[in-house]
Design a protein around this ligand. Structure first.
Ligand code: SF4
Length: 377
């Protein structure tokens, strides 16, 4: 989530607001919503103050060059900053649901904390209500969103109520869906279109359990996957490419093809060099440029089993030419950067680039700017 500098009307609430232009406020006004009016002049600022004095408590002005009309934000007047939860011009849209988790993955980019952050459910519902545009895809991330139980269901239902055309992508380890009570609570009667993004790190329990650092996790995740299939839910398997996983990637691809043929697709993902990945650097830092044959072999196996597959978070120059068509620009806007050498690359607009923190972590491979001949070859 990005935070931007802003100046606010001093009594503005630290709650979800929609950013709106002064001239658009009358058309967008709804009594249950809170509005931050992006003022451009003293006249507009005084106009908002007049509205507030007249009793419109849910309206306040804001000045900021970094906010956009339609942003869904939480202002923090004391710090002079605003958290931008959702922005229409972004390519990716996601809400953070909890920092708690029941796994401790070796490469976790968001190390969990035990604190009670259940208020995030109400904030997410609020954000969904304040969205004036409907995202085609809305991600729900954590932490482990299934820990929220009916709180997660509440958020899914809010999406269906306010943005029925949106697909929700829930990033979850799926383990709690092995519990029939939790599965019923979340899945029974669900009408929201949901794609469940579930990590799988091995074709055998000791591998997956080692990566997620929980004995029994493999069995729970598989049961969760079968439960989702029973409820005819869409599933994307996610596999982060760290060394122990790369060592068994072809076997994992074969396992998925033989045992989980119902999944919609399998995503092979570059590791985000932050969080626990830095602490477990010897297992997580790999030069993907050296694993091209393994990636190509896994792709061949998945193709043979008719499992659609894609590559995320990996620059084109780290992949064999034959896999470029599988690569997606998948890194969230606010944490996506390109290196100096990318300025000379003709494929930059099609490339996922790098995580912003690659400087303090690592690059996924030695970068090699591509020229026109390589791209059209
Ligand atoms: S040089 Fe940069 S833009 Fe070009 S393929 Fe590599 S990472 Fe992508």
């Amino acid at each position: 989530m990005r935070k931007v500098q802003a100046t606010f009307q001093c009594d503005c609430e630290t709650r979800v607001h929609r950013v709106v232009r002064y001239t658009d406020l009358p058309a967008q006004w709804e009594p249950d919503l809170r509005f931050l009016v992006l003022v451009q002049s003293e006249k507009e600022r005084l106009g908002v103050e007049d509205l507030r004095s007249a009793g419109l408590a849910h309206v306040a002005w804001v000045e900021s060059a970094a906010l956009e009309d339609g942003d869904v934000v939480v202002p923090n007047p004391n710090r002079g900053e605003c958290a931008v939860l959702l922005r229409e011009s972004d390519a990716h849209h996601a809400l953070f649901m909890t920092n708690r988790c029941n796994s401790l993955c070796l490469m976790c980019s968001q190390p969990p904390t035990p604190n009670n952050d259940s208020w995030l459910v109400a904030e997410a519902v609020d954000a969904i209500q304040h969205l004036r545009w409907s995202p085609p895809v809305l991600g729900l991330t954590g932490g482990e969103p299934l820990l929220l139980g009916d709180g997660l269901r509440c958020v899914l239902d809010a999406v269906q109520a306010h943005h029925p055309r949106a697909t929700v992508e829930v990033l979850t380890n799926g383990r709690l869906l092995a519990n029939s009570e939790v599965a019923t609570q979340i899945l029974q009667g669900l009408t929201t279109r949901v794609r469940w993004l579930i990590p799988l790190y091995g074709h055998a329990d000791f591998l997956h359990d080692f990566v997620v650092q929980v004995p029994g996790a493999f069995d729970e995740t598989l049961t969760g996957l079968l439960t989702l299939q029973t409820y005819q839910q869409e599933i994307q398997l996610r596999t982060v490419l760290i060394e122990p996983v790369l060592q068994v990637l072809p076997e994992l691809a074969g396992f998925v093809g033989r045992n989980l043929p119902f999944v919609r697709e399998m995503a092979l993902m570059g590791c985000e060099p932050i969080g626990f990945a830095l602490a477990n650097r010897e297992l997580c830092e790999v030069d993907l440029g050296h694993w091209g044959d393994t990636l190509a072999q896994a792709a061949r196996i998945l193709r043979r089993h008719a499992i659609p597959h894609l590559i995320m978070n990996v620059p084109l120059c780290a992949l064999p030419r034959s896999m470029w068509s599988l690569a997606h620009r998948s890194i969230s806007d606010w944490k996506n950067v390109y290196a100096a050498e990318c300025g000379r690359c003709v494929a930059k607009s099609d490339c996922s680039g790098l995580f912003a923190w690659h400087e303090s972590g690592w690059k996924p491979s030695f970068l090699k700017p591509l020229d026109t001949n390589e791209v059209i070859a």
